[in-house]
Design a protein around this ligand. Structure first.
Ligand SMILES: C[S@@+](CC[C@H](N)C(=O)[O-])C[C@H]1O[C@@H](n2cnc3c(N)ncnc32)[C@H](O)[C@@H]1O
Length: 728
């Protein structure tokens, strides 16, 4: 039961459209005979004229993988006017939440490494087919920063020729709108029929629908509906939602909300095929009606979207080329300058000449969002910690116009190969691919201007794409994954240079909607790293992150994080949080291996203090005087050494030039100062090699020398640097 995926598309937009929660499963038995009033259209409906389909060059791999795209009805994400989600739980005890320790996960001792396998669901997030290698030219211009979009011309963000634009839009939209009109008419008729059917059921059931089971004399439940009957099951789902919406007026006497909620949970599991564990978790996120819409939206695929690669072409040119091949498309929405939503295609989108030439990448719309939030600037150093197969890496590179440097890392070597394929195909030239566990950063490398952590996750936002998530995620996954995500987010923060002149930002994203993988991870980062704060993502749509839910309270700034749902925006479920690093990691902070120290300010108090390990990277570009040995200059060092030597000899009344050994020592970079030898260490810094207690005396002597005489430069510098390092 509940096994299949509905291919029926979503109805008209609107987060809580009644039609979203009143449609039937396709595999349900036929409804009681209800006449479907088909609305008459005012305009004549003609068969759409399509541009002649030109056969594309199809590679063997692409041939087997790519399929023509079916049209999607609902338009791509639009900013919602109704962004409020009630935190209200179904259970009677939803309120009165004030336990400050709710963010403590009790998993500190759990050792997790790599965990590629656990990221499996989310790894299917992007639709990209990585079977194609690199293709030549990269002489195209990026249009990202061109003039803002005009209302009447969705294409005009990156083009200037209005005439061409209108023709292009008209040619494409003519066929498209006819098709959409037909679809809408059918949809309206269906929705109307379903509403009437629901009404019929309601009338039969009376004002207070009979939903909950009675018990017989022996306390055994008397089943009032055969749950094997999908149609009846759906009716009961509808009725239960109605009751929970208006409990006072519609609930049977003597019944609690919890009883209705439990019935709803059972029916959702039976109808949609979820494990009770996951359905329960997801049900907790929404009021009943919205939860119903969420589960329903997971039964329909999201629209196919492609991202224009602005390193190779402009969106309008790409659109024109694809329209000529018989692709029906439209800009994905005002929020993106590079996305195109595909409604229908005569050719496999993973095998067109434009695809092979790297003019676009198949990428879910919500995958654009973390990159847009990170907003990388030209010439920056950016780390993409979990990058394969590279949808976001290549987007980062395009926004940076192939300047600066992107380090694209992934722990999974096979997936990293796909990443390399995409980088080549899309003409990315500013990216270095690496294959570490991201937990190893910033030891591998640090000091980045911006870091993207698109974390491995449970994939509860992409159930429409991977229905196995419904049953294969266990309680253990929801402990291990957040634990890994928490470690990764600390590594991400520690890899950023808070001194960055242009950046200092971290974006954390998942394609999951659970609180454990999102707000709780972000709260953990706020607790453990008081040197970061949440900032606005800059994204124009999305629901606010939770500040309070299911007994957990989060920092008020959690409102600045953004949640995306399939039923609200017709995009994959997603979460995006943006941090600004405002200072170095303080010595009393908690390290990434899960030990904790005292929280600060509004942050939740944590458990215990442990040894501090400084993970803050040494920035490369810092002023020499500011850095810890980072800017040591060999030549300059030699000059100081020689000058110090001459001063020393003069003081002693000796002629420096007359002492060949001293001169030689000086040139080798070694010398004796009052019996103490100073030598360069292997990494170019200097260390005193005097042993035991003498070392301290010699150190004081050297400092005194430096302070009192002209030749103390090198020692002064060394002492200053040492002092700085210790206090960092
Ligand atoms: C959500 S996917 C990334 C999708 C990618 N950002 C994109 O846009 O194409 C998560 C990735 O994390 C990788 N991963 C899992 N554990 C990791 C770890 N410890 N360090 C680095 N990457 C890891 C997986 O191999 C997977 O490719």
């Amino acid at each position: 039961m509940g096994k299949g995926r509905r291919m029926k598309k979503q109805g008209p937009p609107g987060p809580l459209d009644e039609s979203l929660v009143t449609r039937k499963r396709k595999d349900a038995p036929p409804a009681p005979v209800v006449e479907k009033p088909v609305k008459k259209r005012k305009t004549e409906v003609k068969t759409p004229k399509k541009a002649p389909a030109k056969p594309a060059t199809i590679g063997a791999a692409a041939k087997s993988k790519a399929k023509p795209v079916k049209p999607s009805k609902k338009s791509a994400p639009q900013p919602s006017s109704d962004d409020e989600i009630s935190d209200e739980d179904f259970s009677d005890d939803a309120d009165g939440i004030d336990d400050p320790d709710v963010m403590e996960d009790g998993l500190d001792g759990l050792k997790v490494t790599g965990l590629d396998a656990l990221g499996s669901a989310s790894e299917s997030e992007d639709l990209e087919d990585d079977d194609f290698g690199g293709v030549g030219s990269d002489d195209f211009v990026d249009s990202e920063d061109e003039q803002p979009m005009k209302r009447n011309a969705m294409w005009s963000d990156d083009e200037d020729d209005e005439d061409v634009e209108e023709k292009l839009t008209a040619a494409n939209i003519e066929g498209l709108s006819r098709k959409l009109d037909m679809q809408r008419a059918i949809e309206e008729a269906e929705a109307q029929a379903e509403l009437e059917e629901a009404q019929l059921q309601t009338n039969i059931a009376g004002e207070r629908p009979k939903i909950l089971e009675d018990e017989d004399e022996e306390g055994q439940p008397i089943t009032n509906l055969a749950t094997q009957d999908l149609q009846l099951l759906r009716t009961r789902l509808n009725d239960t939602v109605r009751v929970l919406d208006d409990f006072k007026n519609l609930a049977e006497e003597g019944r609690s909300r919890a009883e209705y909620r439990a019935q709803l949970l059972r029916d959702i599991c039976a109808y949609y095929g979820y494990s009770e564990f996951l359905a329960d978790k997801l049900l907790d996120l929404f009021p009943a009606r919205e939860a119903f819409a969420f589960f329903e939206a997971n039964e329909t695929p999201r629209p196919i979207v492609i991202r224009t690669n602005t390193l190779r072409t402009h969106r309008r040119e790409l659109a024109q080329s694809l329209i000529n091949r018989g692709v029906q498309l439209e800009p994905v929405g005002k929020w993106s300058k590079v996305g195109l939503q595909i409604f229908d295609s005569q050719v496999p989108l993973g095998a067109t000449p434009e695809y092979l030439a790297g003019h676009y990448i198949l990428q879910a719309a919500s995958s654009f969002l973390p990159v847009m939030a990170l907003a990388p600037q030209e010439h920056e150093r950016v780390l993409d910690m979990a990058a394969a197969p590279g949808g976001k890496t290549t987007h980062l590179a395009a926004l940076m116009k192939n300047t600066g440097c992107v380090f694209a890392n992934d722990a999974n070597k096979d997936r990293a190969k796909g990443l390399i394929g995409n980088i080549h195909r899309l003409g990315v030239r500013n990216t270095v691919v690496c294959n570490y566990s991201a937990l190893e950063f910033p030891k591998v490398m640090g000091g980045f201007d911006r870091v993207l952590l698109d974390a491995p996750c449970s994939g509860t936002g992409v159930i429409a794409k991977d229905a196995s998530v419904k049953t294969n995620k266990t309680e253990a996954d929801f402990m291990k994954l957040p634990h890994l995500q928490k470690q990764l987010i600390l590594a991400a923060i520690d890899s950023v240079d808070h001194h960055s002149k242009t950046g200092g930002y971290i974006v954390y994203s998942t394609c999951s909607v659970t609180v454990e993988e999102n707000e709780q991870v972000v709260q953990y980062a706020l607790n453990k790293r008081p040197n970061v704060k949440l900032v606005e993502t800059g994204l124009v749509f999305g629901k606010e992150g939770f500040t309070k839910i299911g007994g957990k309270i989060f920092h008020p700034s959690m409102k600045m994080t953004r949640r995306y749902y399939p039923h609200a925006y017709n995009v994959d479920g997603f979460f995006v949080a943006k941090f600004k690093k405002i200072g170095p990691t303080p010595p009393n902070a908690v390290v990434a291996n899960g030990v904790s120290s005292k929280g600060k300010g509004n942050r939740a108090p944590a458990a215990k203090e442990e040894e501090y390990v400084d993970r803050t990277p040494i920035a490369e570009e810092d002023d020499e005087e500011e850095s810890d040995f980072g800017g040591w200059d060999e030549e300059e060092d030699k000059v100081y050494m020689e000058r110090a030597e001459r001063a020393h000899m003069r003081k002693k009344g000796r002629d420096h030039k007359a002492n060949p050994k001293a001169a030689k020592d000086s040139q080798n970079g070694t010398k004796k100062v009052d019996g103490e030898k100073i030598a360069k260490t292997a990494h170019g810094s200097k260390a005193r090699q005097a042993g035991g207690p003498r070392a301290k005396d010699a150190d004081i002597g050297a400092k005194t020398n430096g302070a009192s005489g002209e030749g103390g430069g090198a020692e002064m510098k060394l002492a200053k640097k040492n002092g700085k390092r210790k206090s960092t």
